[in-house]
Design a protein around this ligand. Structure first.
Ligand code: ZN
Ligand code: MN
Length: 263
């Protein structure tokens, strides 16, 4: 944990190198890397939702458990129609898969070379999933080749920690698949709680759930994509629901990380 006498930040980019070196020598803190995207989130939310949410969760988890938060990766893999509305919406600026893999791999490797061998990837964008797995795998392979031992990487999506009780609060009438929850009740609620200035509450759509066929076409068939870019009804979002999510997942993720890095 950062020494309260020298710093009260959990952000690694706000530390000096001697401060970071001292923390590392005291027993390397977990370094959380939030990974997001720049992606449309409907007419009612800003493009940065997928970075803002995992970073906010990361900062709260880090403060709780004495971890550090690295600068977020603000770009992600291409938005897909069935999980993000598609990369054709204005503002979707995305990475090729190998760019994302190499970016995350390179950052993990440099932290590990400096003794920060406990890395947590906090994903905020569904489409990043397997590329983060690949980045972790290639980083481990590289560190083994260089003789850097003890590297452990945990990958998670904060939404996977939402308990059945919190889910019942969010979706009293049942929820769509998590993929269709794009820019809908969960994300909108969390943003209303954490970053209300990035939400236009008067523009929250409440259109029915998108109806996609059980396959994908390349180039994408745009017809089943709701014109708003929101894939499920969002009208029941609220700041109270967002607070319920954040207050439940933060301690649960902190406990899970503590386990994952000690077992
Ligand atoms: Zn999102
Ligand atoms: Mn996304």
């Amino acid at each position: 944990m950062p020494d309260a006498e020298t710093t009260d930040t959990v952000r690694i980019d706000e530390l000096t190198w001697p401060e970071l070196e001292a923390l590392t020598k005291a027993g390397p803190p977990v370094v959380i890397i939030p990974v997001g995207s720049l992606e449309q989130h409907g007419p009612h939310m800003a493009l940065g939702v997928d970075r803002v949410l995992p970073q906010a969760v990361a900062e709260r988890v880090a403060a709780r458990m004495g971890a550090l938060v690295a600068p977020a990766v603000a770009y992600g893999y291409k938005s897909q129609p069935k999980s993000g509305g598609g990369n054709h919406f204005p503002g979707c600026a995305s990475l090729d898969g190998d760019t994302l893999v190499r970016l995350v791999r390179d950052v993990i490797c440099d932290f590990a070379r400096h003794g920060l061998t406990r890395i947590a990837l906090f994903n905020g964008h569904m489409e990043n999933g397997w590329f983060l797995t690949e980045a972790a795998d290639l980083a481990l392979r590289q560190m083994i080749a260089e003789g850097v031992s003890g590297v452990r990487i945990v990958k998670l999506g904060y939404w996977d920690f939402i308990s059945p009780e919190t889910e019942a609060t969010l979706f009293p009438h049942g929820r769509p698949t998590w993929e269709l929850e794009h820019a809908a009740v969960m994300e909108t609620s969390c943003m209303l709680h954490l970053a209300p200035g990035m939400v236009r509450a008067d523009l929250i759509p409440d259109d029915p759930e998108a109806d996609f066929p059980p396959y994908e076409i390349f180039p994408a068939d745009l017809r089943p994509i709701p014109p708003t870019g929101v894939l499920a009804p969002a009208g029941s979002a609220s700041a109270d629901k967002g607070r319920a999510v954040i207050e439940q997942v933060v301690p649960d993720i902190a406990a899970a990380l503590a386990r994952a890095f000690t077992e």
